[in-house]
Design a protein around this ligand. Structure first.
Ligand code: GAR
Length: 190
């Protein structure tokens, strides 16, 4: 059984979907811990409801090799999923988890990626630019923000009268449909 850590910073809907997916039946992996850098994040309640430990790790500790590797060793983590995690990943983590860390981004990268482009900022920019489609990208994590090797993309239409919140709802739908399955596929390659 491969052990997955999910890193999240906010609401945690993706974290919840992934935890549930690997619980449904034996899929060769399980989520053993959630790591979160914001105390007020909704993901704690979701993890607690599902009986998965959620650890608060402030930004300075995320960047501390001894602390982070200590936590990941404690839970024997084989693979890391960034699900709405809003901090850059330190180099030592990339070195410990080469090709064993993936991220989801709520746009069709390389469009609407990079520093400052995350969550609702992405959907606001998509609407402001009158895009007719947007989507999700799941990619390996590299040292450059949103530039790691792409694994999967899915798109959805944007209507002229869609608000950023409407776009966000469409994106969450796509994430729910695809992200857990893609995690399973990538973990099965380990
Ligand atoms: C998701 O839409 C995810 O794609 C996005 O944050 C949201 C988190 O939602 N990630 C990024 O913007 C990363 N740059 P959630 O907390 O409900 O899973």
């Amino acid at each position: 059984m491969k052990k997955i850590a999910i890193f999240a910073s906010g609401n945690g809907s993706n974290a919840e979907n992934i935890i549930r997916y690997f619980r449904e039946k034996d899929r060769g992996a399980e989520v053993v811990v959630v790591v979160c850098n914001r105390r007020e994040a909704g993901v704690y309640q979701r993890a607690e409801n599902l009986g998965v430990p959620a650890v608060y790790v402030p930004k300075k500790d995320i960047n501390d090799e001894e602390i982070m590797i200590g936590i990941l060793k404690e839970y024997k983590v084989d693979f890391i999923v960034l699900a709405g995690f809003m901090l850059m990943i330190p180099d030592f983590l990339l070195a410990h988890y080469p090709n064993k860390m993936i991220n989801i981004h709520p746009s069709l990268l390389p469009k609407y990626g990079g520093k400052g482009m995350y969550g609702h900022y992405v959907h606001e920019a998509v609407v402001a630019n009158k895009e007719s489609e947007t989507g999700i990208t799941i990619h390996y994590v590299s040292e450059k923000c949103d530039e790691g090797e792409p694994i999967f993309q899915a798109s959805t239409m944007v209507s002229p009268d869609d608000s950023p919140a409407d776009v966000e709802a469409k994106i969450h739908q796509l994430e729910k449909e695809h992200f857990p399955r893609i995690v399973e596929e990538v973990v099965s390659l380990l």
